[in-house]
Write a protein that binds this ligand. Structure first.
Ligand code: KIV
Length: 286
């Protein structure tokens, strides 16, 4: 894929060329800049932020205003990646009208290029209305975290023939309604591969095996931010949690020992006019 902004058309063409699509979650401008520069095709402002940023046990408490806040920050940080904003729980289930209004806020106020919503055939009418309104929609089927209570916990879906057939039908309904891509989460590899070959829009897997058109991970999990969390489907590419604790412990030791700041890290010339300087690093793309 080129260095230009990734669009729904770029992604469809990638599937046509059998080129793998990469998606990562991002919740702020600094991460957005880093992941964009690393080459991620899509930055998902996932409602997983309710768990990894806000500290909840599920994604259910996240509000639309909170999503918009994080989407704005991510949109400021990225130049190339497509920005997708998650529709939080109960911002689209009530009615098509409510869903259209709330998705519109993620685009208009949050600066997203597309929205993602959980569920299949039951949301086909909403997906069609959004697409007709000019809002690209990414579907999300399989283990859908907003149905935590309905599923009886975070459980792999589609493990029997009827469940697998329902997922294939859901994917086909989303494609027919106009969705441009679908996240396949927590399902057997064979089911995800069957869905991927039965639809012409890209599938992006998480805990769904290697047969998808792309893969997504929650970036905090990939980076090892929480050393207590290592499910089967996550590959940890770094141990950033331990690195952060080590760096901050060294700062604390230095301050307590009077070793920070040094003279070089202090302002010492009295009487010279103050020069402008950088105050904090900024994640926003320059
Ligand atoms: O909220 C999220 O981060 C997600 C991904 C795990 C796909 O929906």
């Amino acid at each position: 894929m080129s260095g230009q902004r990734v669009t729904i058309h770029t992604l469809r063409a990638a599937k046509g060329r059998n080129e793998r699509i990469t998606m990562l979650t991002a919740y702020d401008a600094t991460f957005a800049r880093l992941l964009d520069e690393a080459g991620a095709d899509i930055l998902l402002v996932g409602d997983s932020l309710g768990m990894v940023v806000q500290g909840h046990d599920t994604t259910l408490p996240v509000t639309l205003d909170e999503m918009i806040y994080h989407c704005k920050a991510v949109a400021r940080g990225a130049r190339r990646a497509q920005i997708v904003g998650d529709m939080p729980f109960m911002t689209y289930q009530e009615s098509v009208e409510v869903g259209v209004r709330n998705a519109g806020r993620l685009i208009k106020e949050g600066g997203c290029h597309a929205v993602k919503l959980e569920g299949g055939a039951q949301h086909a009418e909403l997906v069609a209305r959004l697409v007709a309104s000019g809002i690209p929609v990414m579907g999300h089927i399989g283990l859908t975290p907003q149905s935590f209570h309905q599923m009886g916990g975070f459980r792999v879906q589609g493990k029997d023939a009827a469940g697998a057939a329902r997922l294939v039908a859901d994917a086909e309904a989303l494609e027919a309604a106009g969705a441009y891509a679908i996240v396949l989460e927590g399902m057997p590899t064979e089911v995800a591969a069957e869905i991927t070959s039965s639809i012409s829009i890209p599938t992006i897997g998480i805990g769904a095996g290697a047969g998808c058109d792309g893969q997504v991970l929650v970036v905090y999990d990939l980076l090892g931010m929480d050393e207590r969390f290592k499910p089967k489907f996550v590959r940890r590419y770094a141990d950033v949690g331990a690195t952060i604790k080590d760096a901050c412990a060294r700062f604390i030791d230095d301050v307590r020992a009077g070793a920070f700041p040094s003279a070089a890290e202090s302002f010492s010339t009295i009487g010279e006019p103050a020069k402008p300087m950088s105050l904090y690093s900024s994640g926003a793309a320059k």
